[in-house]
Design a protein around this ligand. Structure first.
Ligand code: NAP
Length: 302
């Protein structure tokens, strides 16, 4: 297949390009900087610029773009960057693909379990659960709506509601590892908040599955089937590293240090992959111990 990928230089994108390339697909990356390879297609999502003629004839498109959600404190200016880097990219790509004569069969676009909000406690969240409230929930709802032009043009659109992707190469786990390795890990706040997670192998595997599975469109919870509480997650990580996890970071400390962004650590998300399970997707790492084992092995291999 000819597959177009935006946000290809990121954590998931890099692994996805490698995986799909190894499967024999022809991959073209949309790049915001200078093109590094003949197959790269330049675009400027902030200015609304992309050469539509170069988007003809793809069978699938994937959008993984977005400035790092946990990289900087959520000031009003940063919130605007977080929104525009997702809405402008997904919106521009959806409109451009809709305007093509030879359109892709499917468009897979990243979203997040943040869609459900951070205050849902132990409620099991499926794709049928309503949107939550707060900055991230609004962002995810608007992000998903940005793909509407593609859907209206008859393209199958899948919204990938990702949980925390576990890999030692980046993201949340990479930040946690030095703390836990030093024996300073432990639960955050009450530790009762649920964490929805998936392995990097599954993040890549699910995108591939959605591309190949013509019966799935709309929201898809991209999370492993065993969400855990933050306390359980911390204990499992400590066990994998053979370190104690007796420390505790009080919630008020995190709120004082991180402001609104502390919802990433203190908010509760118990998302369940109902649609993936119903359609027969086989998780590479359904249990946390296996996912952590794979992530730590990948770290040693690098
Ligand atoms: N990793 C997770 O745990 C997780 C969880 C939930 C949701 N997600 C979402 O899934 C998507 C992919 O995740 P990821 O971990 O691979 O993200 P990532 O490593 O941060 O990569 C995102 C990519 O987005 C592009 N980008 C960065 N800043 C941008 C800006 N200001 N404007 C436009 N594009 C920009 C870059 O690609 P180019 O330079 O190639 O354009 C970057 O490599 C993101 O949208 C993320 O929010 C990830």
């Amino acid at each position: 297949m000819r597959i177009l990928i935006a946000g290809a230089s990121g954590l998931i994108g890099t692994a996805l390009v490698q995986f799909l390339g190894a499967m024999g697909h022809e991959i073209h990356r949309l790049v915001r900087g200078p093109a590094m390879e003949d197959t790269d297609i330049p675009w400027d999502p902030a200015a609304g610029g992309v050469a539509r003629s170069r988007l003809e004839g793809f069978e699938a498109a994937v959008c993984l773009s977005g400035a790092g959600i946990a990289d900087e404190r959520w000031t009003p200016a940063r919130k605007e960057v977080l929104r525009s880097s997702r809405l402008d990219t997904a919106g521009l790509l959806a409109s451009a693909l809709a305007g093509c004569r030879d359109r892709p069969e499917c468009f897979v676009c990243a979203s997040a379990t943040g869609f459900y909000g951070a205050d849902r406690g132990a409620e099991v969240l499926t794709e049928d659960s309503p949107a939550g409230v707060g900055f991230l929930a609004r962002l995810c709802a608007d992000w998903e709506a940005a793909s509407l032009p593609a859907q209206q043009a008859g393209i199958r659109v899948a919204h990938l509601r990702l949980g925390i992707v576990l890999t030692a190469k980046g993201g949340a786990l990479k930040r946690m590892l030095p703390v836990f390795r030093a024996g300073l890990g432990g639960k955050l706040g009450s530790g009762r908040q649920f964490v929805s997670w998936l392995s990097l192998d599954d993040a890549v595997g699910i995108v591939d599955y959605l591309i190949q599975t013509e019966s799935i469109g709309g929201p898809v919870n991209a999370v492993a089937p065993h969400p855990l509480t933050n306390a359980e997650f911390s204990r499992a990580l400590g066990r994998s590293l053979h370190r104690p996890t007796i420390m505790r970071v009080p919630g008020f400390g995190l709120k004082a240090a991180m402001g609104e962004m502390s919802e990433l650590l203190l908010g509760s998300s118990r998302a369940y992959p109902r649609r993936l399970e119903a359609s027969g997707y086989q998780f590479r790492h359904p249990k946390l111990a296996g996912a952590l084992g794979a992530a730590l092995a990948e770290r040693q291999a690098n």
